[in-house]
Each structure stands twice: as structure tokens, then as C-alpha cells.
Design a protein around this ligand. Structure first.
Ligand code: FES
Length: 133
């Protein structure tokens, strides 16, 4: 298309392109093997511990801290394999199974996840929770 536009006399410097196609995997826990093993995070100092968060597949249980902001932030601090894209409750890439407990959302997602699931990029535990991560 760029060549066709130039052949029609359009200044090539005014032609903008954007490639579309498959992107690399956004599930590094499955593809990459050089990731550190999941672990409990360094305990934030001066912040009271909140509800317990368990990442069932990773065998990690750790107390919540508001210093993490979201469950996605906590999962990353634990090197738990996660998927994400928008980090704002829009794309549902981070949607994960909530095996036990309840979460609060901040910000509220554009569309709620399916029943039994949670968007970890914009949620915080409202009680002890178990995630299928
Ligand atoms: S990363 Fe897009 S909704 Fe969570």
C-alpha cells in the first residue's frame, strides 16, 4: 500500500504505517524458563498486614499490604506468573479464577469478570483469598 500511494504521487514521508499481526506471548510463566521461582515478597515495613493472599498454583501464601496497590502488583512481587495488558480493568487479560474469598475493585472494571473470576490488575482482597495462580 505504501508503494501504491507513492506511485500515485503522495510524498512517502507523509505515509504512516502500523503493523498488525501476532505478538509475543504475554504468559511468561509458561514460555520462559529463566524466571525466578515464586516466592514470598519482602515484607513492607510500617504497613499493617491485611488479609492473607494465597496463590494456589505457586504454593505462596502471604499477607496483603496496601503498599502493593493491586493483586497484580503483589503477584509480580512474588514472581508468580501472571498475564496482563491494560492494568486498568479494560482488557480482561489478567482475569483469573478466585477460588476462595472476595475482592474489592479500585478502579471499578469497565466490565465485571465472569462469576468466580477476578481481574487482578484492579482489585484488592476484601478478606482472605485464594487465587488460581
Ligand atoms: S490487565 Fe487488562 S483488565 Fe487486567
Amino acid at each position: 500500500m505504501t508503494k501504491a500511494l507513492a506511485d500515485c504521487g503522495l510524498d512517502p514521508s507523509r505515509v504512516r504505517t502500523e503493523p498488525f499481526g501476532s505478538a509475543g506471548s504475554i504468559n511468561p510463566g509458561v514460555i520462559q524458563t529463566d524466571r525466578p521461582a515464586p516466592h514470598t515478597p519482602a515484607t513492607p515495613s510500617g504497613v499493617p498486614a491485611g488479609p492473607t493472599v494465597s496463590f494456589a498454583r505457586s504454593s505462596i501464601t502471604t499477607p496483603w499490604s496496601t503498599s502493593y496497590g493491586t493483586l497484580l502488583d503483589l503477584a509480580e512481587a512474588c514472581d508468580v506468573p501472571v498475564k496482563w495488558s491494560c492494568r486498568s480493568g479494560v482488557c480482561h487479560t489478567c482475569e483469573s479464577s478466585l477460588l476462595q474469598g472476595q475482592v474489592d475493585y479500585s478502579p471499578e472494571p469497565l466490565d465485571p469478570p465472569q462469576a468466580g473470576n477476578v481481574l487482578i490488575c484492579c482489585s484488592q482482597p476484601a478478606a482472605d483469598i485464594v487465587l488460581d495462580l
